[in-house]
Design a protein around this ligand. Structure first.
Ligand code: B12
Length: 441
């Protein structure tokens, strides 16, 4: 049987954006899972952010799409087209799981939740032409997981990924992860993670965990110790909370994290506005002294970038200015976005009465104002313009070089080089991209 797995283009409206350096994780992982549970299946992977697809001649018995909310319209359009040609399609992932009825209108089959427990059955059903409409995945322990198949996607990717756990202990209302992975955090056996990273040809990785150290500090320290013993000249980045580094073992965690190749973390700063932070239920993960925590991480030789979301009902235009001020005060860069009420989140329910429900899912790109604001100055235009201006200011060359100069020598050279590379490439991309979104089509 011929199986094709497709990762959608990253841009709004299904337009490919820049050459993303990261290989799309889900399709490579599912290819590894396929090889494990159905080794006779012929697998083809397509990264639609890099490759144009000839939908008329795509030769496959089953086509699988992995996607987030913003990719849904592009996936639905092309899956509808394939099905008219008699090609079977299957969907999985976060958006499909939170809106199964909508997804089923555009696919022959869908998987709700995690695929590991049902993938073998699905491939057997597909091979015998008895695909069911819905498969309910379930949360299995994370032992003996397959390694991603990294020899199918062409051409070269600078960065690949690994994950060591599923789930996050925090309750942020805008995040989709908790509903997807459940209230409990599951961990992969440390030796299996170390084996996967050590055996990979890749040098740079994203650790996909939603919280690279906040799920269990003792386990994180053990993991980093084993990684530092077994991997050489390999580096990785990840996302994390700030409360964990304020734990009494915080310094030890950072020391071993650095030795294990950790060179940058993106932390959920979320907002400078305490009312908004409370509204987001994102206060706990900050700990008592979050500025001190960021200094502690950088002093350990690990660069920091902030996640900041702007435009909540409690925000004003001043909050965009305050976001720039905190980046300057802490000498860090930031991923800034407009608050996006994703389906299936508590935030979506809370903002339901404000949301512009006529907007398509591909506007849920974190670059758009998607709801009516109660502050008269926080118009859609003003919010989107303020985001662009903020991104421009954050990534000016003088600011980028000032941040590199302030990075402690302990991280030299990898933390400095990766920080320069990330700030110059992502910075230039996100400004050009935001400008393109605001310029008349
Ligand atoms: C890696 C990642 C990224 C990477 C890579 C993206 C890519 N090309 O895939 C980068 C950093 C680029 C990224 C960017 C963004 N991301 Co992101 N990202 C993730 C992250 C951390 C891991 C996803 C992943 O690949 N996991 C590894 C794979 C193996 O696991 P999996 O996808 O869960 O797959 C399993 C099941 O879902 C299922 N499955 C999944 N797909 C399919 C397909 C089929 C056919 C089948 C059968 C099964 C199946 O089977 C798998 C095994 O069980 C998730 C958080 C999370 N924990 O899920 C957020 C997440 C997916 N991202 C999210 C968002 C919102 C974004 C951004 C919009 C954020 C922003 N501010 O801009 C951008 C958008 C980028 C863009 N333009 O597309 C949200 C999506 C929510 C939603 N409803 O859409 C998530 C859930 C984070 C969150 N906290 O809510 N992201």
């Amino acid at each position: 049987m011929k199986l094709t797995l497709i990762a959608p283009p990253e841009g709004e409206g299904g337009k490919p954006v820049v050459r993303m350096p990261v290989a799309p994780p889900a399709v490579e992982y599912l290819a590894g899972l396929t090889e494990k549970v159905a080794p006779n299946v012929e697998i083809k992977l397509i990264d639609a952010n890099r490759e144009k697809i000839a939908w008329d001649s795509l030769d496959s018995d089953l086509v699988g799409f992995t996607f987030f909310t913003l990719h849904a319209p592009w996936v639905y359009r092309n899956s509808d087209y394939l099905r008219k040609r008699g090609v079977k399609t299957i969907f999985g992932g976060i958006h499909t799981t939170v809106l199964p009825k909508e997804a089923m209108e555009h696919a022959d089959a869908i998987v709700i939740g995690e695929a590991e427990g049902v993938w073998k059955e699905i491939l057997t059903d597909a091979a015998n032409n008895r695909l069911q409409r819905v498969y309910h995945g379930y949360r299995l322990p994370l032992d003996n997981l397959p390694h991603p198949k990294t020899d199918l996607l062409k051409p070269f990717y600078n960065i690949r990924s690994f994950f060591t756990s599923r789930g996050c202990p925090h309750h942020c209302i805008y995040c989709s992860v908790r509903n997807f992975f459940g209230d409990t955090v599951r961990h992969r056996p440390i030796d299996e993670v170390v084996n996967e990273v050590a055996s990979s040809k890749q040098r740079f990785f994203i650790n996909l965990d939603d919280n690279i150290w906040g799920t269990n500090i003792n386990r994180s320290i053990e993991l980093y110790k084993e990684l530092s013993k077994n991997i050489r000249r390999k580096w990785w980045i990840g996302q994390a909370d700030l409360v964990t580094v304020q734990h009494k073992r915080g310094e030890e965690l950072l020391k071993w994290g650095r030795k294990a190749g950790l060179i940058m973390v993106t932390v959920g700063w979320e907002s400078n506005n305490p009312i908004t932070l409370n509204e987001f239920k994102a206060t706990n993960k900050q700990g008592k002294n979050r500025k001190e925590a960021i200094k502690k991480i950088r002093d350990a030789g690990i660069d920091v970038s902030l996640f900041i979301m702007l435009g909540s009902i409690n925000d004003t235009l001043d909050d965009f200015k305050r976001a720039l001020d905190i980046c300057d005060e802490l000498n860090v860069a930031a991923f800034t976005s407009l608050l996006t009420p994703l389906p299936g989140t508590e935030l979506y329910d809370l903002y339901d009465k404000y949301i512009f429900h006529d907007l398509a899912w591909d506007r849920y790109s974190f670059n758009r104002a998607l709801f009516q604001h109660i502050d008269k100055d926080m118009t859609v235009e003003n919010r989107e313009r303020a985001l662009l201006d903020l991104r421009k200011e954050i990534f000016t060359l003088p600011r980028i070089f000032k941040r590199i100069r302030h990075l402690p020598i302990k991280g030299f050279p990898m933390a400095h080089l990766s920080s320069l590379a990330y700030q110059c490439t992502y910075g230039r991309f996100i400004v050009k991209y935001s400008e393109s979104l605001l310029s008349p089509q």
